[in-house]
Write a protein that binds this ligand. Sequence first.
Ligand SMILES: [Mg+2]
Length: 317
Amino acid sequence: MTDTEHSAGDLVNDPVVEETLPATGAVEVETESGAAGLVDELARETAATDVRVERMLIVLDIDGTVVLEDESLSPGVVDAVAHAQSAGHEVMIATGRAWESTRGIMRVLGIAPEYAVCSNGAVVLKRIDADDLAYERWHVETFDPREVLTLLREHLPDARYLVELPGGERLYTEYLEDWNLVHARRVPFDELSEQRVCRIVVVAPEQGEGEFLELVERIGLHQVSYAVGWTAWLDIAPQGVDKSTGLERVRTELGIRPEQVLVIGDGRNDVGMFAWALQHGGRAVAMAQGPQEVRDAAGETTTSVEAGGVAEVLRSL
Ligand SMILES: [Mg+2]
């Protein structure tokens, strides 16, 4: 493409910017004769939808971002989300939680976005009915859990295990109070490995966070992605899958430019989506109470979940 062609539209003149634009986006390079038509079209669109700011894709983690450890809401988050939505932005969730325990949070937040990313990116749900908050499993990533389960069991014989099946059913070995066990069935350990799964969750109360990280390193979980959660919680996803892989599918479907992405999170399982947002010109915000390495991975830090960090970011948009 020549400079002459560029100057006609005058919208794209930086090759770096151009490279990050979507194939079919709001910005197209027009020829001289097409430029006037484009201006007319933009004017019509603007008048019709009364859009003053370009639509953003705002992605919120749940635990430690929207809710505190006791499940109470971060101050001001409901109003701030409503404010962002009324400005025309798409506010959605990307969480390590399964759908069953994500839906209730979406209800409390008052959102029914077109998509939700659950199970650390292994499951993307698509809205069927906003009023009922009914969603279908739109994209599901799976892996064979046998090898990983065998390895983990060798090193953590007393741990408790849960797997999520592609259809949403969950199998677990032992009851745990803080697991929402809707659509869950207790099975012997060996039965966990009988089919492909979307995720494995391992809880070993006697393991500290550091010990867990060290163990994962030592036994070499190379065929999977993993994240260590709040306390003695190891979450294993298919290789190469994290929140960002689910989100990129969603962003493409929604046709929102990468520069219009804003993600907020607090944990190691958010680092992938931070990198994804930043890499393509978007914003990544970490909660103040998150680990140092997580805050380092974000472009910005807001206040803590207790202090209303999400509300602070959304109010400033
Ligand atoms: Mg979190």
